[in-house]
Design a protein around this ligand. Structure first.
Ligand SMILES: [Zn+2]
Length: 334
């Protein structure tokens, strides 16, 4: 090592002396190589990656737009850890978290990059509960226009349509739709492409045959047999949310996620949402036995969760749910 230093010093001496050897022996790139490490050392965190290059300046005026997916980079699951930048933080980050039986993407939209994760899920019962999907998209639009409502320590994920095959059956549309797109008998839209009820396919009190009122429905061959529920499970286990909310319709109330007994963390946040929104909070859904429920399974994973049943089949109860979501953000935010 010392020998190399002496050689370097000797060469430096030669260069400084203007030795003619320097014209051929010193690489022409030497000055550049000497400068680069200094630049890198000064701004190591600002080097953009190929995946998360800053959005072009022309896109910074978009928060009032309702066309979220076209202005945000769509990320594959393999690139699902965004690097926060000032520009990025102001926008929803869309990513595909899985694929339905018939190959439709299940999209998630992220707001904020905090360590506390809150997840809002619409449409697990597909087109049969299409108003929950509209509500979720409305919520996405709200946080696009009001990114300052996301506390610094929060990551808010909104999955607007957890059962896109069921949505398509009723609307004939992938992605965003309007109530005018809804037609025909909406009941078949409850199920996925395998005719499974996705909220009977989770591993809490699971049975192959579940109930929907008096109707027997398929809970799948085994828990998480369906690609939609498997994708959601993977997402939840990876993100370890502080809270998860599922929107359904139309039982008009909040139902606490718990598996065979009370899970107090779920009850606590359900009460917070209930007080802010005005929905009545129920410890469990008692109209008929529920098997394989998503919110109940989350309790087995120590993840607080609850279900919000909208009042009607076609309204969004917008103000109530916005107040509830903002209360959750306030509870977890700092
Ligand atoms: Zn439902």
């Amino acid at each position: 090592m010392a020998g190399r230093v002496w050689i370097l010093l000797a060469c430096l001496g030669i260069i400084l002396a203007g030795c003619s050897v320097g014209q051929t022996a010193v690489p022409t790139q030497l000055p550049t190589v000497a400068v680069l490490p200094t630049e890198v050392a000064q701004q190591p965190t600002l080097l953009p990656t190929a995946t998360f290059a800053p959005l072009p300046a022309t896109q910074t005026a978009v928060p009032t737009s309702t066309t979220l997916p076209t202005v945000t980079p769509v990320l594959s699951e393999a690139t699902a850890v965004p690097q926060p930048t000032a520009t990025f933080a102001a926008y929803g980050v869309a990513q595909t978290i899985g694929t339905s039986v018939n190959g439709r993407p299940i999209e998630s939209y992220r707001f904020g990059f905090g360590s506390q994760t809150i997840v809002l899920v619409g449409g697990i019962h597909g087109g049969y509960e299409w108003n929950t999907i509209i509500l979720a998209y409305n919520m996405i639009d709200y946080f696009l226009a009001n990114p300052d409502q996301i506390p610094a320590n929060i990551s808010l994920y909104i999955i607007p349509s957890a059962n896109p095959d069921g949505q398509y059956v009723v609307t004939g549309v992938d992605g965003r739709f309007t109530p005018a797109d809804v037609s025909g008998d909406i009941r078949p839209g409850r199920f996925n492409g395998n005719q499974v009820d996705l909220n009977r396919n989770w591993a809490c009190d699971w049975q192959a045959e579940g109930l929907w009122g008096d109707t027997v429905v398929s809970g799948g061959a085994v828990p998480f047999s369906e690609p939609e529920t498997a994708a959601l499970r993977t997402f939840f286990l990876r993100e370890q949310p502080a809270a998860v909310l599922f929107w359904h319709s139309k039982a008009d109330g909040i139902f606490v996620g718990s598996c065979d007994g009370t899970f107090q963390p779920s009850a606590e946040i359900a009460e917070i949402y209930g007080r802010a929104s005005g929905y009545t909070v129920y410890s469990e859904f008692s109209a008929y036995p529920i098997t394989g429920d998503a919110s109940d399974w989350l309790a087995t994973q120590n993840i607080p969760s609850f279900t919000v049943e909208l009042k009607t089949r076609n309204g969004t109860d917008w103000e109530m749910n916005l107040d509830g979501v903002l209360a959750l953000l306030d509870f977890y935010g700092r």
